[in-house]
Structure formats: C-alpha cells, structure tokens
Design a binder for this molecule. Structure first.
Ligand code: NAD
Ligand code: AHE
Ligand code: ZN
Length: 375
C-alpha cells in the first residue's frame, strides 16, 4: 500500500450535530514529513462531541473527528526518520517539533510548527487534506482524525511507544488521562499535604484525582452534580464529595467553609465558565491556584472580581496537561506497563467503529467514562 491511495472506512461528520456516517474514504499517501497510520483503537473524548456540536470556532465540516487513539505506522513520507512502518504509535494532537520558539522556550508544551494547519483541518506542506470521498476533500481534525482506519499526521505529532503495550488500552494516553495527571504534576505542581478541589469527575477529573493522590495531597474534594460519580471517584483518590445541588449557598462558599479559608489547588474539568469562576474563588487567599482544564464553547468568557487575583489567587490553564507529547507519551506508556498509573479503570465501554453514534449517546449517560472503539 506504500505510496498508494488507500480506500478504507471512516466515520465522517458531514455537518454539525448530524449523526456520523460510516463511509468508504480515500486516504492519500503521506507527503514529506508526514506519517500514515493504521488506527486500531480510538476512544471518544468530550472535545470530539464539542466540535461535532458546532460550538468550536475551529470546527470545519465535513471532517473526520477523533484524537485519542493508538495504531501502527503503515508508511512514511520523505525525510521522516523517527518512525518507520510497523512502529506502534499514539497520534498526538499537541505536536512537539523540538525546534520552534515554543518547544525551545522550556516554558510550555505547546508547539508552533503545525498548529496553523491543524486548526484549519489541513496538512502544513500544501494546506490540503489527505482525506477525500469521490474527489471531494474532507477536513482533518486536531491534526489526528482517528475515527478512520487510516489517517495521515505530521511526523512531529507521532509518539513511538513500547510495542508490547496493549493498544486497546493505551489509546487513552492520547488525551484525557495525561491531561488530568499533567494538570497536577506539570501545571499546578501540587505539593504533598495540599488540599485539592476537582470540579467534574469525568475521565479528566478522575485523572486529576489520581495525580493529586500520587502527589501526596492530604484532602481531595470532588464536586459533581452527578452523585453516581462518587463511588468510582473514591477508587481514584477522592476523599470527600460535594454535590452543589445539595447546597443553597454558592459552591465556592461551601468549599471555603469546609477548608478553613479555601483550597490550595482547584481544577475545572467540565468546560463551564461559571464553574471556572467558582473554582478560582474557592482557592485560599494569598496562594490558591486554579487550573482551567475544561473547554468552553465559542462566545463563552470567564469573569471574577480582579480583587480575587490582587489578593494572591492565581488563574492558570493547561493543554494536554503540559506534557511534551512525543517525549513524554512513551514515558506514560511505560508507567502504565509498570502499573504506576491507571488506564484500564477509565474504560467503561467497548464498541466497534460502526457503532460510533451509539458511543456518542453513551457519553451523555451516567456511568460512562471512556468508550473505546475497535477501528
Ligand atoms: P466528562 O463529561 O466525562 O466529565 C464532566 C463531568 O462534569 C461529569 O461527571 C458531569 O457530571 C460533571 N458536571 C457537569 N456540569 C457540572 C457542574 N455544573 N458542576 C459540577 N459538575 C458538573 O468530560 P471529560 O471527558 O472528563 O472532559 C472534561 C472537560 O475537559 C471537557 O470540557 C473536555 O473538552 C476538556 N478537555 C480538555 C483538555 C485540555 O487539554 N485542556 C483535554 C481533554 C479534555
Ligand atoms: N478549537 C478549540 C480548542 C479547544 C482546546 O482548547 N483544545 C485543547 C485540547 S482539548 C482535548 O480534548 C488544547 O490542547 N488546546 C490547545 C491548542 O493548541 O488547541 C476552541 O475552542 O477554539
Ligand atoms: Zn480530548
């Protein structure tokens, strides 16, 4: 198949909110600096649902969504040296070129090399898509497009991993789990003994709990409007639960009252701008730090009294938990293989690619964390 167009199945989002359609699509060979990957397993993340909803300002249709996956390199374009056909890989929506201003700064995991192209659904070299159906182009998504049996990505967006790792599990290390762990370890740098509050106990929030537990947090307060989340959350390290629906007072006040003035660190893992405000305002005066992880829709804005920051609270955000993707995803896979981090525990459902609409329905149901699709 090397050098040839591959026809394969993919779930195409033709329009916002219209059910995805399983289609035969054409996938062009990788050009210079590109890698074609046979995707074996992909999970669904709430960011896929967000873009599909039409609320993502970068959402373009028709497109092939998906960004939490694992597969095997099928072929590589000219000049690609770090991976070769047969390598087991995780596509990374956050690239790492190691050459750009961002990568060299030592201050961020964001990479500038291909971001301009991945934000508009094309490849960097010719600003064109490698996907088409009957000659009509279909946009890429987040530089990954994993809801397809084959995808083409930039070489700076591919992490080569231990071939012994089970791909049906480690696909989760493409987004949600690293995001939560890294929000604690890299972005907030939570110290032992800290009091932590987590808003939203989905996959990302539970991974924050796991990260906080390993960092030695003394109290881990989980806040969710779905009390069913509390039983599972205990297994991930949450020590106390608050359902805002059980209280008349604003949730930030409830937390401040419970913690002798506020928490050391808080994490918003929902994507709700009023909860983001509460997450900042439940932080302790003088030092409390709040990290925004959730993705909010186009047009949504955060607000608080500047006095909250004047009096020492810090507002931060994180993308992919601050992890350098190509360098650190393989390390996370090794940690999983050594049983140092959970992954299996986040997988509540497994389906086939052609059941993808059912998988999106499941995401809205209680008890669903990650659904993994066999592609
Ligand atoms: P999820 O839907 O599984 O989890 C969200 C949780 O929040 C659910 O348990 C829900 O019951 C709870 N919730 C909803 N509204 C609430 C409210 N008002 N108060 C308290 N709890 C509430 O989602 P997820 O997959 O864990 O993702 C969480 C967010 O993180 C999404 O916005 C996603 O797009 C974003 N995300 C960001 C990054 C990043 O790099 N920054 C990476 C992955 C995901
Ligand atoms: N196009 C969206 C951007 C949403 C966003 O912030 N994405 C996160 C990853 S979410 C993964 O589930 C991210 O990494 N952002 C950094 C980046 O470079 O996109 C919007 O709302 O505009
Ligand atoms: Zn995601």
């Amino acid at each position: 198949t090397q050098g040839q167009v591959i026809t394969c199945k993919a779930a195409v989002a033709w329009e916002a909110n219209k059910p995805l359609a399983i289609e035969e699509v054409q996938v062009a060979p990788p050009q210079a600096g590109e890698v074609r990957i046979k995707i074996l397993f992909t999970a669904l993340c709430h960011t896929d649902a967000y873009t599909w909803s039409g609320k993502d300002p970068e959402g373009l249709f028709p497109c092939i969504l998906g960004h939490e996956a694992a597969g095997i390199v099928e072929s590589v374009g000219e000049g690609v040296t770090e991976v070769q056909p047969g390598d087991h890989v995780i596509p990374c929506y956050q690239a790492e070129c190691r050459e750009c201003k961002f990568c060299k700064s030592g201050k961020t995991n964001l990479c500038g090399k291909v971001r301009a192209a991945t934000g508009v659904g094309v490849m960097m070299s010719d600003r064109k898509s490698r996907f088409s159906k009957n000659g009509k182009p279909i946009y890429h998504f987040m530089g990954t497009s994993t809801f397809s049996q084959y995808t083409v990505v930039h070489d700076v967006s591919v992490a080569k991993i231990d071939p012994k790792a089970p791909l049906e599990k480690v696909c989760l290390l493409g987004c949600g789990v690293p995001t939560g762990l890294g929000a604690v370890w890299n972005t907030a740098k939570v110290e032992a003994g800290s009091i932590v509050a987590i808003f939203g106990l989905g996959t990302v929030g539970l991974a924050v709990a796991e990260g906080a537990k390993t960092a030695g947090a003394s109290r881990i307060i989980g806040i969710d409007i779905d009390s069913k989340k509390f039983d599972t959350a205990k297994e991930f390290g949450v020590t106390e639960f608050i359902n805002p629906k059980d209280h008349d007072k604003p949730i930030q006040q409830v937390i401040v009252d419970h913690t002798d003035g506020g928490v050391d660190y808080s994490f918003e893992c929902i994507g709700n701008v009023s909860v983001m405000r509460a997450a900042l305002e439940c932080c302790h005066k003088g030092w409390g730090t709040s990290v925004i992880v959730g993705v909010a829709a186009s047009g949504q804005e955060i607000s608080t009294r500047p006095f909250q920051l004047v009096t020492g609270r810090v507002w931060k955000g994180t993308a992919f938990g601050g992890f350098k993707s190509r360098s650190q995803v393989p390390w996370l896979v090794d940690k999983y293989m050594n049983k140092e981090i959970k992954v299996d525990e986040y997988i509540t459902h497994s389906l086939k690619l052609n059941e993808i609409n059912k998988a999106f329905d499941l995401m809205r149901e209680r008890g669903c964390l990650r659904c993994v699709l066999e592609v």
